[in-house]
Design a protein around this ligand. Structure first.
Ligand code: DQA
Length: 147
């Protein structure tokens, strides 16, 4: 019963990256907070700057089995990676798309996501809390998607 928390490019820089938009917590802070909030869940945390590594982690978790689903902040890949979208479609795991910022209240190019359509849902704009809400949603929907 594991959940993969998958973060894409530039999210390794949280804490010092545009804190007025993304907050002051580092990715480690956020991950620790999530793990502490859900002590009964086993989390796998993974971040990469590279698209292919994100895809491979998804495949690896599907193959390994035992995953309830995935919390995914794909960073900028959200807006243009058809490869990521196809990978989400390819795996049988429910994926919740999360964003720290409200992507609908920012630049025009951030308002569209190419992955939303193949995700269970989108949580955007609640800072670190987006991840917590993501886990809650996954726990709520997981029984229906169990395979
Ligand atoms: C982000 C929003 C994206 O538009 C941006 O490219 C990111 C972070 C967010 O969490 O708000 O890297 O996904």
């Amino acid at each position: 019963n594991s959940i993969l928390v998958l973060n894409g490019p530039n999210l390794s820089r949280l804490g010092k990256r545009e804190p007025e938009i993304y907050g002051h917590q580092t990715l480690d802070d956020i991950n620790r907070g999530v793990a502490e909030s859900f002590p009964d869940i086993r989390f796998v945390f993974f971040q990469s700057e590279e698209e292919g590594q994100l895809l491979e982690k998804l495949f690896e978790c599907e193959d390994r089995g035992g995953f309830i689903g995935v919390i995914l902040n794909a960073g900028a890949y959200t807006h243009y990676s058809i490869a990521l979208r196809d990978a989400i479609s390819a795996v049988g795991l429910p994926v919740v798309e999360v964003h720290l910022s409200n992507i609908f209240a920012r630049e025009e190019f951030r308002r569209s996501s190419v992955i939303s359509e193949v995700c269970m849902g989108v949580i955007s704009g609640f800072g670190a809390n987006s991840y917590h809400l993501g886990v809650r949603s996954l726990l709520g929907i997981a029984p229906r998607k169990k395979r």
